[in-house]
Design a protein around this ligand. Structure first.
Ligand code: AN0
Ligand code: CP
Length: 320
């Protein structure tokens, strides 16, 4: 595997889940696969889980790991071509990327949506430059539009906890004080459509996700109705995707706290498990009571980030 961006990059999902299970059963079984191989993790944004779980996954495989926080200690990078660099940016991404490629065998990159312009974010300008100019396999650690390591870990978690063959999985929007990207819901939708689940999305009007990710997934504007009989509730905030009105891209259109997932919501589900990618703002996205309930599986979900990252790194190492 040379690229990990979309669900299609992982190939057959049954095989991938089987491999995830094998890795989870004995995560040190491939500890010489990464000998003398270096994994470089580039962060343009903050992270707790992605940073730690991906390092751990690489170490399980015997790799060396270098982590760079671009905004702490590296030169400020220009990303646009053709700019006269007489401002505060000392280096261009077009030199920085091939240089980074010189020091590693595999590169992971986190670079969130900037919300300045929908087209730029949805074209994945930054990550595509890493793919073109690094000369290395690239895996996305949350880009402007996708967070595939999260979605893969979410799928592994659903597989582990499901009580019926084809569970009902509901992705629900929930309120948040800051404008957040659509990467997590986009990837979650993409992966759930490929999985054997009944998938439903609920959000207030105006928050319609891009059809390239949700396809023909049913969207219910009535949150309580969508929750009925659910086996998994997957909460997440996202800002306006600007599908029909690009000028609204990245805006907060709704702050209605009746969308906060609480016991009233969970009561109409089929004793559903609660999921969230974390970090989560309590009593905005979900109440203390729901996230602390025995049906909350946010911690095992986060633990599976090590497993999804290890499967991806293992496959990349095997195809070097
Ligand atoms: C980010 C987001 O919503 O995309 C990262 C989540 C994994 N969340 C925040 O910035 C709070
Ligand atoms: N879920 C997730 O990606 O968390 P971090 O932003 O802490 O890496």
């Amino acid at each position: 595997m040379k690229l990990f961006q979309h669900v299609t990059d992982i190939g057959d999902l049954h095989t991938a889940l089987q491999e995830a299970l094998e890795v989870k059963n004995d995560r040190y079984a491939w500890d010489s696969l990464g000998k003398n191989k270096t994994c470089l993790l580039i962060f343009f944004n903050n992270s707790l889980r992605t940073r730690l779980s991906t390092q751990k996954a690489a170490m399980n495989l015997g790799m060396n790991v270098i982590v760079l926080d671009v905004n702490q200690g590296a030169w400020k990078l220009e990303t646009e071509r053709g700019v006269i660099m007489d401002g505060d940016k000392s280096e261009h991404l077009l030199e920085a990327i091939p240089v980074m490629g010189c020091y590693c065998d595999i590169i992971g990159v986190r670079s969130f949506a900037t919300f300045q312009n929908r087209a730029d974010d949805y074209e994945e300008r930054i990550l595509n430059q890493f793919i073109r100019y690094s000369g290395r396999p690239v895996f996305f650690m949350e880009s402007a539009t996708v967070h595939p390591l999260q979605a893969f870990a979410d799928l592994i978690t659903i597989e582990e906890f499901k009580r019926k063959e084809r569970p009902k999985v509901v992705l629900t929007w929930a309120p948040h004080p800051k404008a957040l990207p659509q990467a997590v819901p986009n990837s979650f939708a993409e992966w759930m459509r490929a999985a054997d689940v009944e998938f439903v999305i609920t959000h207030p009007e105006g928050y319609e996700l891009d059809p390239q990710f949700i396809g023909d997934t049913p969207v219910d504007y009535d949150q309580m109705h969508a929750f009925e009989g659910a086996d998994f509730i997957y909460a997440k905030n996202w800002s306006c995707p600007g599908v029909t009105r690009p000028e609204q891209y990245g805006q907060i259109l709704n702050t209605d706290r009746s969308w906060t997932v609480d016991d009233r919501h969970m009561a109409v589900t089929d004793n559903a498990y609660f999921m969230h990618c974390l970090p989560v703002r309590r009593n905005m996205i979900v109440t203390d009571s729901v996230i602390e309930a025995p049906t909350s599986i946010v911690i095992p979900e986060a633990a599976n980030r090590e497993i999804s990252a290890q499967v991806v790194l293992k496959r990349m190492l095997q195809s070097l």
